[in-house]
Design a protein around this ligand. Sequence first.
Ligand SMILES: [Zn+2]
Ligand SMILES: [Zn+2]
Ligand SMILES: [Zn+2]
Length: 254
Amino acid sequence: MKLTFLGTGTSTGVPSIGCDCETCVSTDPRDKRLRQSALIDHEGKKVLIDTSIDFRQQALRAGIDRLDAILITHCHVDHVFGLDDIRPLNFRHGAMGVYANEPAWTDLRRIFEYIFNPTHVGGGLPQLVPHLVTHNSPFSIGNDLTVTPLEVTHGKLPVIAYRFNDFGYVTDLKVMPTDTKDHLRDLDVLALDCVRIKPHSTHLCLEESLALIEELKPKRAFLIHLNHDILHERESRNLPDNVDLAYDGLTIEA
Ligand SMILES: [Zn+2]
Ligand SMILES: [Zn+2]
Ligand SMILES: [Zn+2]
């Protein structure tokens, strides 16, 4: 299995518009972060996690020519506003399955009403097959990829973390319930939310992310959804041996 980070930035992206801080003016390519998203590639199946607001740019950059499924973590702008850009893939390969939890579907159907309730006849709409996911009800994509949706909490919003075999992908959370923790212990690879250094009301900050990694004990962990407090080179030096900052374009194999 291969996981590619298509974007590793928080909702504003890095650089942040109008900011001249050290990270935003950094020339290190690892400090340029599109919005959070990843691609799983396993036994010929390609699965996208979130159609980020930067999806078009990410798909072109990663050479995505087909997707077998899209998994949505939650319906916040940074994670879903690229949904309309799946159309070129639909034109070539037809409709694709989109997986999301109930609150995300409620919001997606309202925000993207033109997809579900078109007001004019004509082509050019995204084609998707909606699937509802619920906590700890695993499903398969193709023959070899088992996906387990697991609930975490992002402020008051239930967000879906996904486990793929021994990979865990957990973005946008403040609280991880014990039952979800029990499904994410001793993984090969854990990608985990770490929005900034200082505490945040709806995301894990650096200290909280590191404490959770210590508790879950993955072999390797990658911090994601990073804001401009985090200068790659400087912050990387202070991390435990099994923890790294993710960056756009980084590919992990396991
Ligand atoms: Zn987010
Ligand atoms: Zn900045
Ligand atoms: Zn969010």
